[in-house]
Design a protein around this ligand. Structure first.
Ligand code: ASP
Ligand code: MG
Length: 460
């Protein structure tokens, strides 16, 4: 029987008390599992800052590694009585940190870092948390071993910063490497290029690593431990009583993640959909019952009475607008613009056009580059290129949205009743999503209004 893949995030290892819960979960599986772990909470951001500062500050290398060395030392000392074990874990962490320090020094000396070096440096957060967790498990008498992506052969396509796993090259090697009776602890967030270089799988990419490994070994499920109650009808920080969603399809989960739900990385479902491996979501602060997930993402399609299962929002999108009478009728404009954006490495999230304007939705962080790139192209009919930052995208997601009338009407009415103006909207691009753009300041009220309409006034 293949092992279950269990993913713990940085938020599962936040405070000292969390460790006991993680250990309990691993024991509750009663069978050896494969664990994928993220960096400790905040560490990847910290490494990104260190990397930037290291370019012009020699002191950063030492400060960074000192900070990381001491970060969980106290927690180790609190949980482990055996001094020899504590020392051996700390010395293993130190070996990694010495390596990191050399790289940061190199960056300070040259004032520069290649994309390959950046990826290598940023993956240290995960390497360290894997060594830490492995030591904690060993202390509990669990037969655990670290399995680095470079050792098990998790091979990627080699794209630095946002690589994809190459399953043709990885599957057999990973499966063989993770067989047997041991619990394996794998650092998430990176794989190895065919040339043996560290390649990151994108920000928040440990979920995707875990999914890729689950696929390679043919796991019965990918179990993701969070600090919230699974998928909910809306962000619990915004609405008072969100409804828990017990069943979602892979597509519903992917769309919710794409439009801002923080619970899963949008790419998590990719490796699992064809393989029909379910994702089971649990709360580390809840009942640690490994048989009863809070949400299950699988191929099983359910349509709820209210159709909409969840409403989410994202502040990460902005609009690149091309205005001019006739832009909608002139062939070739979009081809030129999208090619230029592609060459600049900018991903297009959506395009909404009309006769007098083309609206390209892209990540907010890419807006100014996109503006510069597009302004430099000869586009005769385009009178004006504009960027709009001050927006939010709100999305309602659920199977059946495109097959049932009235969903969009209810959304628009709920927004109108609350005085919220819709700047743009789109239904049908995905059969399970209705999304719209509003002023950034309206986002919280918009989520509340839609949630009230679908879940509070007419409960499902
Ligand atoms: N530590 C990485 C990040 O913060 C990966 C992850 O947390 O999933 O992006
Ligand atoms: Mg994460």
């Amino acid at each position: 029987m293949p092992k279950t893949v269990v993913k713990f995030g940085g938020s599962n290892l936040k405070c000292k008390e969390d460790i006991g819960r993680v250990v309990q979960v691993v024991k509750n599986y009663q069978q050896p599992v494969v664990i994928v772990v993220s960096a400790f909470y905040g560490v990847t951001n910290f490494l990104i800052e260190s990397l930037e500062k290291a370019r012009h500050d020699e002191q950063v290398a030492k400060k960074t590694t000192n900070y990381l060395f001491n970060l969980k030392k106290e927690t180790l000392e609190l949980h482990i009585q055996d001094n020899d074990l504590i020392n051996s874990i700390l010395s293993e962490i130190k070996t990694h940190l010495d390596e990191l320090e050399k790289y940061l020094h190199g960056i300070a000396l040259t004032g520069d870092a290649s994309p390959a070096l950046e990826d290598h440096v940023l993956a240290f957060g995960e390497r360290i948390s894997a060594v830490f967790l492995n030591g904690i498990l060993e202390n509990e008498g669990i037969d655990a071993k670290i399995a680095f992506p470079e050792t098990i052969g998790l091979i990627t396509d080699g794209e630095f910063g946002s690589a994809s796993v190459d399953f043709v090259k990885s599957t057999n090697r990973v499966r063989e490497a993770l067989a047997g009776e041991l619990v394996y602890v794998i650092p998430g967030f990176y794989g190895i290029s065919p040339e043996g270089k560290t390649t990151l799988l994108g920000r928040g990419g440990s979920d995707y690593s875990a999914a890729a490994i689950a696929r390679c070994i043919g796991a019965p499920s990918l179990d993701i431990w969070k600090d919230v109650n699974g998928f909910l009808s809306a962000d619990p920080k915004i609405v008072e009583n969100p409804v828990q969603i017990q069943k979602l399809t892979y597509n519903e989960a992917a769309e919710l993640a794409y439009f801002g739900a923080k619970i899963l990385h949008p790419r998590t479902v990719e490796p699992l959909t064809d393989a029909h491996i379910p994702i089971r979501i649990f709360n580390i602060y809840g009942v640690l019952d490994v048989q009863n997930p809070l949400s299950v993402v699988s191929a099983e399609k359910t349509v709820t009475k209210g159709i909409v299962k969840s409403v989410t929002y994202s502040e990460d999108f902005g609009i690149l607008k091309l205005k001019g009478s006739g832009v909608g009728a002139k062939p070739g404009i979009l081809a030129k613009v999208t090619s230029a954006l592609h060459l600049a490495g900018i991903n297009i999230s959506s395009v909404l056009t009309s006769q007098i304007s083309i609206n390209i939705i892209i990540a907010k962080k890419d807006l100014s580059t996109a503006y510069a790139v597009v302004s430099a192209i000869e586009l005769h009919v385009v009178g004006k290129v504009q960027i709009t930052e001050n927006i939010a995208v709100v999305a309602a997601v659920g199977n059946g949205i495109s097959e049932n009338y009235g969903v969009a009407a209810r959304i628009f009415t709920a927004l109108a009743k609350n005085g919220i103006n819709v700047l743009m909207s789109c239904s049908g691009a995905s059969p399970i999503v209705s999304y719209f753009l509003i002023e950034l300041n309206d986002r919280i009220q918009a989520v509340k209004a839609i949630h009230r309409e679908f879940f509070e006034t007419n409960p499902v």
